[in-house]
Write a new protein. Sequence first.
Length: 529
Amino acid sequence: MASRTALLTISSHPRASCISLATTAHRSFSPTCRPASRYNPSDFTTQGYSTQGTASSPSEPKITPRSLKEHLDRYVVGQEYAKTVIATAVYSQHLRRKLQTSHAEDHACNDEWPGHAQAIPNDQIEKSNVLMLGPTGTGKTLMTKTVARSLNVPYSVSDCTPFTQSGYIGEDAETCVARLLAAANYDVDAAEWGIIVLDEIDKIAGVKVAHGKDIGGEGVQQSLLKIIEGTTLQIQAKPERNSRSPNPPGGPNGLSSSGPNPMAPSGKGEVFNVRTDNILFICTGAFVGLDKIILNRKAKGGMGFGAQVRSSAADTDKHATRLSDADVASFSKDMPIYIPVDTDSPSQHHTNGYREEHYNILNYSEPSDLQKYGMIPELVGRIPKTCAVSTLDEEALVRILTEPENSLIEQEKRLFLADKIELHFTSPSLREIAAKALRMGTGARGLRAVVERLLLGCKFNAPGSSVRHILITREAAQLKCAPLCFNRGQYQTFQTTIKQEEDEWEEELQAKNSAVNVPQRAEVSVATG
């Protein structure tokens, strides 16, 4: 009775105070309630006093799909359609988390009372996973890493090649979630809204085996079904050999520095329950041969006189992602996305990334094509978004060398600048490097191999010497001579040599353009005559 009298002296609304304090205590000890770092201001709305519990947060830059796309443009050359799809998918993931967090704060624990109806409507927005198709070295993984870092979202990249069915030697499919949890510094809330990249997913396509089970194909796809759709997994943190705990929260992802130690006293890792309902899965793969399946589907029934005959490529592993002029007419009526009407042929748009992206054969893939390739329909249905990346041509490789932030050429220049040596590549030398990388067939990854071989001698001999300037000319890129080295006091000669080769390159380009324009002018004159 004394305690009740004290309560009456605190507030003019005793009944409201009792209910409010009871609600707060119940929420503090309820196992179904999400813990909060501060009291909810709505707990004390009926009290005789009011206070502001949270400080106003500083203004943050507005995140939009367009801004994410512009951020990707700074690091990825070309692939306009794929960058649009990735930016939209990641933005939707960001927006879903924002809406769900806001909804949980406004309706905290309204459904925890037994015997009462559910107070929160089931209006959860489902995620849309993404499948990226295209050859290696075209920027599939780079896109996802770049956009995840820009939003400070935990992400992990898992290669599907070593995945096997549960119970066999190899990695289980749940390993991808364990990697994401480790990347989030074992912050379960952050990991449950992270991004998982399943690379080389085409390597788990089902194959028919004469004897035994296909433990690395369809069995792995079956294991991924519930993980991608949404389930709860028990992930055990693996102890380190030095008996030290994993990095506490507060690492590169900027998460909270407080949290339980994942290491139990017995030496076994703590078990975490991770829900995958809100984890965004981005699956990538080369899918070599899928373009032929699409072409065969589009050309079915095209037999007899007048049927189109396609030349078979000599290299069966080569990606022919660009539609030919003869295929445009039959493909344009089934265009999966809208593009402005253009009378020019795709062959006249080799330097136009917009046209190239929308006339990619792999963009016409349908679930039936993926099933013929070896993917089970249940898995294909759980990945609704599909986009394709295009093979990089020589022009795109030249742009990759110089345009992106932290490009390969800029990295090499900074390495030499640390030894007070200036490195310069002429325009024709960049063209030669791109041509060599294109012949390798490994996409943009071949650029580093060519540049490393070219600069090996300079990296070995130049540091500690009197060399202050290094020039990579066309002949040096062709390995006809060594890179030109200039000592102290030869800066003017260094600049003169650069200007001389650049002028010769400009004259060569003008001569080529004149040779191309002469036949076009002749055709125009004949047509007008």
